[in-house]
Design a protein around this ligand. Structure first.
Ligand code: FES
Length: 128
């Protein structure tokens, strides 16, 4: 994909976020904010009996980068095992976004991933 196509994809996910909403019966949920701007993202994951992500939703407010990152992350999470989910790191997110992210916007890009990590850690300790 060209740089323009990545930019277009980000705008598309921002304008038409995939999996936007809330899951009442989520197995894993978490929320967090970007301390630099106060924007917030909440993430909800529902697992099936095989421990795979059956459904995932997010809600919140933020800039184009943070919301596109959250939307793209939810798309990437569907059908994955928890083991695979745990392997998703910053580099993977930046690869999915595909554009150069300035240091100032890095927090925006990584916010959804940070929320996911909080949820995974909490679920291991038995909290939701
Ligand atoms: Fe708030 Fe990007 S400016 S998350």
């Amino acid at each position: 994909m060209s740089y323009e196509m990545y930019q277009e994809a980000i705008l598309d996910h921002y304008r038409n976020p995939r999996n936007f909403g809330e899951l009442k019966d989520a197995d894993i949920s978490a929320q967090g904010d970007n301390p630099l701007c106060g924007d917030e993202i909440a993430l909800y994951l529902k697992l099936n009996s095989d421990g795979e992500v059956e459904d995932v939703k997010f809600k919140g407010r933020g800039c184009a980068i943070s919301l596109a990152s959250a939307s793209m992350l939810t798309v990437a999470l569907k059908g994955k095992t928890l083991e695979e989910v745990e392997k998703i790191d910053k580099e993977r997110i930046l690869k999915i976004l595909g554009i150069l992210i300035s240091p100032v916007r890095l927090k925006c890009a990584i916010l959804p991933l940070e929320v996911l990590k909080v949820g995974l850690t909490a679920s291991k300790h038995g909290d939701k």
